[in-house]
Design a protein around this ligand. Sequence first.
Ligand code: HT7
Ligand code: ZN
Length: 844
Amino acid sequence: AETIYLKDYTPFGWTVEEVHLTFALHPTKTRVKSRIRFVPNPDVPPQEFFLHGENLTLISAAIDGATIPPKITPKGLTADVPVGPFVWESEVEISPETNTALEGLYMSNGMYCTQCEAEGFRKITYYPDRPDVMSTFTVRVEGSEPVLLSNGNKGDAGTGFAEWHDPWPKPAYLFALVAGDLVNHPDNFKTQSGRDVELNIWVRKGDEDKCAFGMQALKASMTWDEEVYGREYDLDIFNIVAVDDFNMGAMENKGLNIFNSSCVLASPETSTDDNFERIEAIIAHEYFHNWTGNRITCRDWFQLCLKEGLTVYRDSQFTSDLRSAPVKRISDVIDLRGRQFREDGGPLAHPVRPESFVEINNFYTATVYEKGAEVIGMLKRLVGDEDYYKALDLYFTRHDGDAATIEDWLNVFEEVTGRNLKRFKRWYSSAGTPRLTVTDKFKDGRYTLTFKQETPPTPGQPQKKPRVIPIAVGLLGPNGDEVQPTTLLEMTKRQQSFSFEGLASKPVASILRDFSAPVVLEHERSNAERAFLLAHDTDPFNKWEAGQALRRASLIASVTTGAAPDTAFLDAVVRVARDDSLDPAFRALVLQPIGQDDLAATLHAQGHTPDPQAIYDASETMAQSLAQELADSLPRLYADTTVDGPFVPDATGAGKRALNGRILYMLTRMDGGAQARAQFKTADNMTLKLAALNALLGQDTGTDEAENFFQLWKGDRLVMDKWFAAQVALAKPEKAADVAEALTAHPLFTPKNPNRFRAVFGALTMNHAGFHHSSGRGYALLADWLIKLDALNPQTTARMCTAFQTFARYDDTRRSLAKAQLTRILSTNDLSRDTTEMVTRILE
Ligand code: HT7
Ligand code: ZN
């Protein structure tokens, strides 16, 4: 397969002035007619006229009204075209019903829908399917479905047809069409300049009662973007559609966002607090793309972080403003370490702006999204809030309507601040997570911190240059008072010292406050100091981080030396758990176990070969010890998590329920499950019900409750995903693969629905000791199913292959078992380009 390089970028030889499309819908014989006006681009040397097109049956093609015979290639077509402007017309036939890849036009539960990002439009019609070709679209949809939708504003409509016009030039990846027997949850919004916008969430009949929260989130997002970024919505209508079969979370098509139903439908009975928060964030994310992605798009797919990093950054600001900023920051860092650091430390590491790819779908990664957002957070920290918003204003005015690059983005910051960002730009070009080591010295009232940065080699990048690292630091005096409030140190060299003067005694430094840079901080310090920070740090992130450091040190000692859980850790955490003055959400985060995969990464970085079973055993012992230490307080703490009144999915209630989950988990270890069974019976919302079921399953019990849950919810596909996932995620390591395999035989299991497939196999891969069981059963089962899935849906298959990305860190037995499965996948006939690229990179 061909590798595409950033350095080879060349603009398209024509501009596209107008696109007219007509769809005559049919499950297996949809006809798509296009009429497109091309005008030669005078700035580009002449090139062969090439239009992308895949899996299309060409019915006819014409230029300026005269039929032509184009030359069809596996990737598209070429044709002889006039020297000046011309009108291209074509008609193609496609088969949505048999399109199981969920890319292009496909069917989900009888409804037509599209997914065009990144390169799906070429499966709909012949077109220059690249993000730097932008045009206005007029679309006519013909079909017997009651609801016929496309991008932009409404045009004529009548029986069996609807027309849509999108006045904003857009790349083809933002095209969308939906047709089906849908019902809407309507609302409206008045923008800050007084424009009335019709809002709709379209769902299948029966889901109408699950739209109110999403609509509220949409309106909150629209208001927030006006208030914080001065960005207003720009069409008369904004439609959201919920689709069951979808490869990712959601898609920001202009004026017609399409959502995985799991990312928009919510009700207290069927959705957890985590679901509500995620839905709110994804609705905001897709809405925010209207400016960061749609009005200003990407020149090419190498610039993906331009829209994704910025939009993730914006949605994290939104969640911080609406909910709790510290809780959001801590949760984001847990996620970053779990997914992005994992990627950055292994064979799939790539820069935030990659320089080459085979299949772009494989680069919708935690590095592009989450590290991309971290880079923007660092930039904002370095230039300050005022200049950040000035730079953003300039970005929006200067590049509105453009297909832009990271250079364009950094230029506006350079212009506004007068800074030279050449070194900072390394965050975009260099892969890998920097390790930041710190030592300190105190003499004559002067406290000196010396930092060293080093980034381990990553594929294709053996040597690393130093990066600009913003390090937020505060100092605490011996009595716990803050003697130096948060100051930003700007590290630019490999090694650099910073001093603080006039201190009465040696302070305790709180370093990398608010996780001011995506680095691994290596700071040798005593457990007493960590416990001190957990008790006194004024920075909520570092307060939590101190507890993590204690817990991590104790677990590593248990795994490597068999040591019992550290009493300094147990005492400190027990104090936090009992401290009613602290936010329950924060206490829940302190009580949350460290992921076993994360511990394996730490062990590996420290030169050990991680043993998944030993990590599991140490984690279990730790959890048991914590439950025992807290045993006397558990009933009281449990009672305090009661939330009176009807369920409200806000941060306050969610925080209490998160703590409920942690306490109940411990209580179940002590009372044989009595409280969890009672909670399971009486809970009136999914958060409490699932917490109870999880607590029971975690103790290898709860069979009756699982059956009861199934009987109650077997008609609700999103709740059933939870049921599938919980059983696999919480199975004992030696049973996990068997449980997963048994569930694949369940009548409700289907690999065709990505949510269901991920429920079972995502859960298996997240059951660290289960997936990496020394029998190799986890590896073999996943490989069996990835091979089956690849024939249906390459995108989701390739994404799920990432479960194997850490295989090289384990012992010889596991390594060779995993390698054998990867090799087996790679040798499959007709393996997709997506999966081939992924497995090849993992094996390199
Ligand atoms: N921009 C979108 C990314 C995307 C996607 C979404 C659904 C299905 C397939 C997809 N390929 C790429 C989603 C986002 O980041 O907002
Ligand atoms: Zn996005």
